[in-house]
Design a protein. Structure first.
Length: 331
């Protein structure tokens, strides 16, 4: 059994992230929305879901700076009236079925729920109030035919990267991953401004991405790590986070909020380089990973060093090796 503290150099790489909306989970698959890169999550370091680092293995492809990264799990279908009846429409007349080439802008329902948008350039859109701002979504649409023009799908955020905004000019199933940031919360399907359009589409779907964030930088190598050999003093108890109160009648009430691990062990004959590195992590409140490897299986904890200076004494009579006590707490 081996014990490693740090980020296990040359084994894992990590992505920094910010603007997260859910907790990433070790063992799940993470996907880059723009790059299509995939990887398995080993561990996550961060104080909450909003920002931190996600450590990865089994990486396929190349992640990009500031792209959306998300777990493959999705919420349920959010789109109602998928046959496009009863959507909000900017032109009441546009629901009239007309021949292609008519001067009126039109979005018409075809058999089987397929929808056709026909416009000679007059402003036309349909919208459904569906998004929650600052959340991430997967929007898909199957474009059946393209006679003319460009179909625009968006949430009124503008065309910045990673927003829900895409233009389509070809047939096939299209997938859009984006974050809703606009003043409005509607899904808009419309022609591209200034262009005529005539195309049909079907199977439109909107699902919320449960855990997603924006990558803050490209994939990076992990920092240095050290192997530590605990002596017989190794302890790893689970500590409750709770409050207690007693009534005047004598009853004791306890409220449990959660728990964390407190890992402690003594180390002897530690090199000066290892001692300096561990102590520097303690001095700078560095967020770390603690790995316990046994029989090919690795247990991983996100931890920080606690207590007094971890490694601070000589192993007399040696002046080259140090001893100390390692106190780690998960968070």
């Amino acid at each position: 059994m081996t014990y490693s503290l740090g980020t296990l150099a040359a084994v894992y790489q990590y992505l920094k992230f910010d603007s997260g909306t859910g907790f990433f989970t070790a063992g799940n698959t993470i996907i880059g929305a723009t790059s299509g890169a995939t990887a398995t999550i080993v561990s996550v370091i961060g104080r909450g879901e909003a920002s931190g680092r996600v450590y990865l293995t089994d990486i396929v492809g190349t992640f990009q700076d500031n792209e959306i990264i998300y777990e493959s799990a999705l919420g349920g279908e959010l789109l109602t009236n998928g046959n496009f009846t009863n959507w909000t429409d900017d032109n009441p007349d546009s629901w009239t079925v007309v021949e292609v080439g008519d001067a009126t802008s039109n979005i018409t329902e075809n058999p089987g729920g397929q929808c056709q948008i026909i416009s000679d350039g007059t402003h036309v859109y349909i919208t459904q109030d569906i998004f929650t701002k600052y959340s991430f979504y997967k929007v898909s649409i199957d474009i059946k035919t393209v006679t003319d023009g460009t179909l625009l799908i968006h949430d009124n955020s503008g065309s910045d990267a990673n927003h829900i905004y895409a233009t389509y000019t070809t047939t096939g199933v299209k997938t859009l991953i984006g974050q809703s940031l606009g003043v409005y919360t509607g899904l808009y399907i419309q022609r591209l401004s200034g262009n005529s359009v005539n195309m049909s589409f079907d199977d439109t779907s909107v699902k919320k991405i449960t855990n997603a964030a924006l990558a803050n930088g490209i994939l990076q190598d992990t920092e240095s790590a050290v192997t530590l050999v605990p002596d017989y003093s190794y302890k790893s108890p689970e500590i409750k986070i709770e409050s207690k109160s007693r009534t005047r009648a004598g009853k004791l009430y306890s409220t449990k909020y959660g728990s964390y691990k407190h890992i402690s062990f003594n180390v002897d004959y530690v090199s000066s380089a290892t001692a300096a590195l561990v102590n520097s992590w303690w001095e700078t409140d560095t967020e770390l990973l603690f790995f316990i490897t046994s029989g090919g299986t690795t247990e991983t904890h996100s931890v920080m060093l606690q207590g007094e200076t971890p490694i601070g004494g000589f192993n007399a009579p040696s002046i080259e090796y140090y001893r100390g006590k390692i106190n780690l707490e998960t968070y």
